[in-house]
Unconditional design. Structure first.
Length: 108
């Protein structure tokens, strides 16, 4: 798979957010890419805080099931922004690695 393909970038992103079932469907890249939502990791701890704040907000609003549609939409939009930024960051990393490689090759 091409390392700069949309499919590969999605694989890395899915590994980072822990959305793949690696027990039943292991992939080689999981040896290099960590689940950033794993126990004790920054993303897991921060998401836990978001979850708690959502629960407290729903209590304050008198929403018994703990889910407010607007709050859920905000969280999902933030995840959309996260995904977009991650994909762009990958592309910039790829671009700058290519620029460095081209500079090295040009100086030979």
């Amino acid at each position: 798979m091409e390392r700069n393909s949309q499919k590969f970038k999605q694989l890395v992103y899915d590994l980072m957010n822990g959305s793949l079932n690696l027990r039943d469907y292991p992939v080689e890249e999981s040896r290099y890419v960590e689940n950033e939502y794993g126990e004790g990791k920054f993303c897991e701890e921060t998401y836990s805080k978001i979850f708690d704040l959502n629960r407290k907000l729903c209590e304050r609003l008198g929403i018994g099931d703990g889910e407010d549609e607007d709050v859920e939409d905000m969280i999902n939009y933030l995840f959309d922004i996260q995904r977009h930024m991650c994909m762009k960051m990958y592309e910039y990393g790829w671009l700058f690695a290519k620029i460095e490689e081209d500079k090295k090759n040009a100086s030979k």
